[in-house]
Design a binder for this molecule. Structure first.
Ligand code: NMX
Ligand code: MLT
Length: 435
């Protein structure tokens, strides 16, 4: 057995014993109360899930196994000559719960390199879609076509024992993660670069290879991809993509089925699609104003117009966060280092100065601050990646690291089928009447 798999098994067995003890002693303790409003309002604030890979604090933002984004940037192994963390190293951290050594990170990189071959029928499935198809639809179709490779599904059909679910899931997760950059890059080159595909470079790290296959062979773009793939990887368990992956996985759907389901959620404009919406919104604003560098007053007027027409300001607000998203700040730092004079990046910063007080003044928005999506597109545009409909695919490739590490944990801890109770308004009325 591979050493990383052995380490995971040892960690999962120890955690399962600990959880059993914990529940024996404290299982009947109340972790919270549920109000009727919460039931009707998207279950905000209800604690109802266990996700071991990361935890979100409303004020401070995300911590992956206890480490904040600046700490990850300092402590995780880097590519040779690079200064951003390797997302493979973050995957190790989420999976094993300990910081990897350089050797550990390299081991994951080489597993991913070895497993990266994508079978031809996946490309054929993508090619069968009209070229006008949204890249996220192509992506999910590609992932679904790859489901033919599921070891879990095959072993289950052959009578897999419950105690071995984790191992086939572990194998599926790594194989799927290994192949996602190729699928994403294939979609990009098919839709935007006349199907002039670029073969993988077997020596590059996971993110470097994604950049290479997309056609962006620039060390600073590799660095952006490493940062991007790190900061988008996980956001605890309640967000739509992580929760969906976990929910679908709880029916013992394999990694491919579960991840594809999650990515259909990521493709919604209130979730991951917001990254394309931000750039689209800025372009529309620039067009209307007739300038690439809108003033604070012009931005303010455009925000009012957006709100008046019943639309949200994309990239702002969050269901849990109540401060500027540290993922926004990490990208801002990258911008200051690599492209301080870029006009679009500067506009994003000006929007950051202008929008929060306006949203705050409405009195109903719980978080007027920017989220991760407010910044990501402008950095990509700087390198020439202007095709904003593709941006959510990059988010999806990254999110695989978190949701699949979590799915391995779900199997390692033998989590059961997820099936909460729902009510009807009629039943609520009867309950209120004491019936
Ligand atoms: N622009 C305008 N209105 C907003 C915004 C915004 N950016 N954010 C929240 N609101 C409104 C919201 O629509 C709701 O209005 P109403 O009562 O009329 O229905 C009200 O403010 C209260 O909403 P909140 O409780 O503050 O936010 P909620 O938790 O329901 O939603 C989001 C969170 C993220 C869905 C919401 O802030 C939003 O729609 N933001 C814009 C889209 C976006 O950037 N999504 C990306 C999130 C990050 N990600 O990658 O997933
Ligand atoms: C995410 O990264 O999943 C988003 O910020 C949405 C969320 O956490 O709810």
């Amino acid at each position: 057995m591979d050493i990383i798999k052995e380490r995971f098994k040892a960690k999962a067995d120890a955690a399962a014993t600990e959880i059993k003890e914990l529940l024996k002693e404290h299982g009947s303790k109340k972790i919270g109360e549920v109000s009727l409003s919460q039931v009707y309002q998207g279950m905000r604030g209800i604690t109802g899930l266990v996700t071991e890979t990361s935890l979100l604090d409303a004020q401070e933002g995300i911590r992956f196994r206890g480490y904040s984004i600046p700490e990850l940037q300092e402590k995780l192994p880097k590519a040779k000559g690079g200064s951003e963390p390797l997302p493979e190293a973050l995957f190790y951290l989420m999976l094993i719960g300990e910081l990897p050594t350089e050797d550990d990170a390299n081991r994951i990189t080489s597993i991913l390199q070895r497993r990266s071959h994508v079978p031809n029928h996946v490309f054929a499935a993508i090619d069968a879609l009209p070229i006008t198809t949204h890249p996220m639809t192509m992506y999910v179709v590609g992932v679904m076509a790859l489901q033919t490779e599921s070891v879990f599904a095959k072993n289950y059909a052959d009578g897999l024992s419950k105690k071995d679910y984790w191992e086939s899931t572990f194998e599926d997760a790594l194989t799927l993660i290994a192949r996602l950059p190729r699928i994403a890059a294939y979609i990009y080159r098919r839709k935007y670069k006349n199907s002039e595909h670029i073969q993988p470079d077997g020596l590059l790290d996971w993110s470097g290879n994604l950049a290479h296959m997309m056609g962006y062979d620039d060390e600073s773009f590799y660095e952006l991809m490493r940062l991007y793939m790190t900061i988008h990887a996980d956001h605890e368990g309640g967000n739509v993509s992580a929760h969906t992956t976990h929910l679908v996985g709880s029916a013992l759907s394999d990694c491919y089925l579960s991840y594809a389901a999650g990515m259909n959620g990521l493709a919604g404009p209130l979730h991951g699609l917001a990254n394309q919406e931000v750039i689209k919104w800025i372009y529309e604003m620039q067009k209307e104003i007739g300038s690439e560098e809108p003033t604070a007053e012009q931005i303010s007027d455009y925000v009012q117009k957006t709100l008046k027409s019943g639309k949200v300001v994309p990239g702002y607000g969050h269901a849990v966060l109540r401060k500027t998203d540290p993922r926004f700040t990490a990208q801002m730092e990258f911008g200051k280092k690599h492209m301080p004079d870029d006009k679009l990046v500067n506009t994003v910063w000006k929007i950051y100065d202008t929008v929060p007080p306006i949203l705050q003044s409405l009195g109903k928005i719980k978080n007027p601050w920017p989220n991760v999506d407010a910044h990501s597109g402008a950095l990509l545009v700087h390198y020439g990646l202007v095709e904003y409909e593709f941006y959510t695919v990059l988010f999806a490739v990254s999110r695989a690291l978190g949701v699949l590490a979590s799915l391995i944990w779900d199997r390692g801890l033998a989590f059961p089928l997820e099936r909460p109770k729902s009510v009807t308004t009629q039943s609520v009325k009867l309950w209120l009447e004491g019936k």
